[in-house]
Design a protein around this ligand. Structure first.
Ligand code: HEM
Length: 399
């Protein structure tokens, strides 16, 4: 009797060595089994899609549903049959998704975000002032990487930053892959309760912010309180977890590549795109559910099957990015990466993230040219158990 080989596990562990390389054996998979079945920590099997072209094709395919949310497959406590909340922009498909996306997209256009650049610059400078007032040492995560995107998203949405202790912890729980189902539900309920109270207050006293405009806009098709709360929660969580991790991790990369800092200062747009590709912080890819039979590369995927589009593998596909494991600020097409996803759900906040990263990194290295790690690199701890990869603390020194 022959025993069928067990389905391999979704790669979630990074190899020893370079902390910036993606988990698992993606290079081999891209060559030998670019779309292959894996068992996910959430318990289901899924097709792991590793090549750039296939990842883009899956994400552009309108028959692929986002109902499983972006990364529920890596949470062993996930409830795959959970009902989708109205307002959950990242999980909705088709017309319901477009309706919500249209309500917020205008707030994130290049023009609108450029108008915020001056505010971001002031924030970066004031945080650098405060950091440099310390006696030669700081934690770049707590003192710089986290507060800047957090303050920006609070200002944009109209969430009092003074309330951050009430939402930052919950937000961290929501992106953790090992939070229990109860912890996840509690964080979700508490954050929703906080936002419901905030929206009620804004209904009475609207201000000049995105949340107030969401309440007052679209009189012929208003959002319900439930939709407002869930959409607000998605924006608040997505708006600071991702960018905060990118700022600190990019700083670490640049501390390790001091020769590249001149490019960052001279061409920040180009450098930030390469950092987004190289780091691909949405580390376990994005989940999709096939609602129709479809071919992915040479594989026949059946309706009812799950797929994981491995963004970090696509971004290291040597057929698209020569020497993919190298940080190279001179790539011909720096924006072709899929770090922000692709297709209908492509990141709404990407321009904002770009501006924050450009301003944070250039101003940091211009003002603190002698910035260095204050601990041995081997002692740093990384976020292996969160949907968004990052470094937990980044002790730095200067002077
Ligand atoms: C470096 C920072 C960021 C990265 C790497 C990132 C990455 C991503 C990715 C990969 C997706 C696609 C998810 C999918 O296809 O299922 C996404 C969607 C999204 N992102 Fe970002 N993001 C970043 C910053 C932001 C910011 C600053 C915001 C601000 C609000 C934001 C809001 C959103 C929202 C609302 C969606 C869902 C869009 C939709 O479903 O239509 N993100 N992001």
């Amino acid at each position: 009797m022959t025993v069928a080989p067990a389905t391999p596990a979704l790669p979630t562990t990074r190899p020893d060595g370079c902390p910036f390389d993606p988990p698992g054996n993606y290079a081999t998979l891209r060559d030998t089994a670019p779309t292959s079945k894996v068992r996910c920590p959430a318990g289901m099997d899924a097709w792991l899609v590793t090549r750039y072209a296939d990842v883009r094709a899956v994400l552009a395919d309108r028959t692929m549903s986002s109902r499983g949310a972006s990364s529920v497959h890596v949470n062993p406590n996930a409830d795959l049959d959970q009902e989708i909340s109205p307002g959950s922009i990242i999980q909705l498909d088709g017309a319901a998704h477009s309706r919500l996306r249209k309500k917020v997209i205008a707030e994130f256009t290049v023009r609108r975000v450029e108008a915020l650049r001056g505010y971001v610059q002031e924030l970066v400078e004031s945080h650098l002032d405060a950091m440099l007032a310390k006696p030669g040492r700081a934690d770049l995560v707590q003192d710089f990487g986290l507060p800047i995107p957090s303050l920006v998203i609070c200002e944009l949405l109209g969430v009092p930053y003074a309330d951050r202790s009430r939402f930052q912890q919950h937000s961290t729980t929501l992106v953790s892959t090992d939070a229990t189902r109860e912890e996840g539900e509690r964080a979700y309920d508490e954050l929703s309760g906080y936002l419901a109270a905030l929206f009620t207050e804004k209904q009475r006293n609207p201000e000049d912010d995105l949340f107030s405009r969401l309440i007052s806009g679209g009189a012929d098709d208003p959002l319900t309180m439930e939709e407002l709360v869930v959409l607000g929660l998605s924006l608040l969580v997505a708006g600071h977890e991702t960018t905060a991790n990118m700022i600190a991790l990019s700083t670490l990369v640049l501390l390790e590549h001091p020769g590249e800092r001149d490019v960052v200062l001279a061409e920040p747009e180009r450098a930030v795109e390469e950092l987004l590709r190289y780091l691909s912080v949405v580390q376990f890819g994005v989940l999709r559910y096939a609602t129709a039979d479809v071919r992915v590369g040479s594989r026949a995927v059946r309706a009812g099957e799950w797929l994981v589009a491995a963004l970090n593998s696509a971004n290291r596909d040597g057929g698209v990015f020569p020497e993919p494991d190298e940080l190279d600020f001179h790539r011909e097409h720096p924006r072709t990466h899929v770090a922000f996803g692709f297709g209908a759900h492509q990141c709404i906040g990407q321009q904002l993230a770009r501006v924050e990263l450009q301003e944070a990194l250039t101003r940091l290295f211009r003002r603190v040219p002698d910035l260095r790690l204050a601990v041995p690199r081997e002692g740093l701890a990384y976020k292996h158990n969160t949907l968004v990869y990052g470094v937990r603390e980044l002790p730095v020194a200067w002077g």
